[in-house]
Design a protein around this ligand. Structure first.
Ligand code: BTN
Length: 226
């Protein structure tokens, strides 16, 4: 896979789209001026973080297996962090936390044709040495804060590339979920529900028990609070 390193870009996901000539790409940027988060949010991307997008093209990848792409991205990040002595957990569907603070977010943008995924762009932002403001510090943490020292960004990049090349299963993903059996909050724009988390299915749905009813939740519908 071709690796591109940029000093500054609007968004590494956008860069992939604009420079797609059919080749698979892995694009790192030192900072992003218009980083994108999930659900239309922006993603602050200051110097010192790891901002990367991996673009892959597929001949025959059923859209039903879309969650495999998420599994791979999240587990690759967890394995990367572990190489630096950090113990992460996954907050379904796409966040990686340490304790109750977010260390990494993932934005996956897929292109579909006839029930198949023809292209995926997996965008990952990891807080490495970037400053985290006091306000954001209530909900986010960096590798630097956790290890007590500046972390070599180059080493994080290399560890990430290596981990991302592996392929992972739903079981690997679930190993990072410590909150099954616990009460969690599902949030939509209009309501919040406290439920018991039961499982994550192979196609990426969260199974929960709500007042004795088993519900299957899609990540597009809700966000999860642990
Ligand atoms: C989220 O937590 O909401 C997802 C954040 C994803 C951020 C990464 S940084 C690299 C890539 N480029 C972007 O514009 N977004 C993703």
């Amino acid at each position: 896979m071709k690796i591109i390193e940029l000093d500054k870009v609007d968004s590494t996901n956008e860069y992939c789209k604009q420079n797609d000539n059919g080749e698979d790409l892995c694009v790192f940027a030192r900072k992003q001026t218009a980083g994108k988060g999930t659900k239309g949010r922006s993603f602050i991307s200051l110097d010192g973080g790891l901002y990367v997008s991996v673009m892959r093209h597929y001949e025959n990848f059923s859209a039903e297996n879309a969650f495999k792409i998420m599994i791979n991205g999240c587990v690759a990040v967890c394995r990367t962090l572990e190489k630096f002595g950090i113990s992460p957990i996954i907050r379904w569907a796409n966040d990686v936390l340490v304790g109750d603070k977010k260390i990494c977010g993932t934005l996956i943008e897929n292109t579909f044709s006839n029930g198949k995924i023809t292209r995926s762009i997996v965008g990952i932002g990891i807080n490495v040495n970037n400053e985290i403001s006091a306000e954001i510090g209530k909900i986010a943490v960096s590798m630097k804060e956790l290890t007590g020292k500046k972390v070599a960004l180059e080493e994080v990049k290399n560890a990430f590339i290596q981990s991302f090349e592996e392929s992972y299963t739903i079981e690997d993903y679930k190993k990072y979920i410590t909150w099954f059996g616990q009460q969690v909050t599902l949030k939509t724009y209009t309501e919040e529900r406290v439920v018991t988390a039961i499982d994550v299915t192979e196609n990426g749905r969260l199974l929960v028990d709500w007042c004795g009813n088993m519900l299957e939740i899609s990540a597009a519908e809700v966000s999860l609070r642990l």
